[in-house]
Design a protein around this ligand. Sequence first.
Ligand code: C2E
Ligand code: MG
Ligand code: MG
Ligand code: MG
Length: 288
Amino acid sequence: RAKSAGGNRFELADPEADARAITRHGLTTALPAALDRGEFFIEYQPLVHLGDGSVRGAEALVRWLHPQHGVLGPDRFIPLAEHTGLIVPLGRWVLEESVRQAREWGERYGDGTADRPLRINVNLSPCQLSHPGLVQDTVEILERTGVQPDSLCLEVTESALIGADNDLLKPLRRLAEMGVDIALDDFGTGYSNLANLRRLPVSILKLDRSFTQSMQRFPADPVDLKIVEGIVSLAHSLDLAVTVEGVETGAQAEQLRILGCDTAQGWYYARPGPPERLHELALVDATG
Ligand code: C2E
Ligand code: MG
Ligand code: MG
Ligand code: MG
């Protein structure tokens, strides 16, 4: 908070806030060069089928190996990249790199250890949605890598689509028509009207971690159980699959399976990790 005393409006009273602001500024200005220097990398977290426990794919989660600050999570820099517009080239890089990775997994699976390709989930920021190159970039990346559109899922947060007009939905519709899955991420944290779901070109609901957390207690709060049960049945009646985030215990996984959720993701199965790790997990799974 700036002090007004002495008319010096730039004197900062809170050194921690000051340091945070300096870091934020430093990170923001370092972003473009970081992309050029290849300081970003992607960790992959498996998506597991709740019915049979098999690994069906992974979500790509970007990190920044900063030369001074070490590994930074996306919450530290995605908002800055969105603010400066760097999210467009950064997001394109994440998409290309993770689809290429999915292609590599596909090649390794050519030896018959698994009969279905691993799917890749990639997060999209709202800025990417409104960027005119999205559809073409995605088509080009899929063509270049030879990955089938139905092996790709783009995750868009519920809040990004609240009140979205037709112009914003058009590229998503186009991608969905091509066979790309669209997932509504962090579902349940926004205030979207459930009936509104019909209007959106989504095929997957990702139930936010806050729901999973309420399953931690045993027995879980009966009202929470009813809410999740209701969301799952509504989703299924609209032909949407349900993925749950943040599963940390076997009890949660079991509860969510009973409630009818289709796919799960969380530390109980694996933390986000390097691509080789996913390959190991999927391979163990495929060979028993
Ligand atoms: P998200 O898409 O909802 O991703 C799930 C987040 O939950 C990830 O955090 C993941 O590491 C974390 N998580 C997974 N399992 C568990 C669990 O069992 N317990 C707990 N407590 N957390 C778990 P992360 O990697 O820090 O990413 C945070 C957010 O940053 C993501 O949330 C996503 O919105 C955004 N993000 C990540 N990568 C990208 C990207 O390439 N582009 C864009 N636009 N956003 C990204
Ligand atoms: Mg996500
Ligand atoms: Mg999520
Ligand atoms: Mg989330």
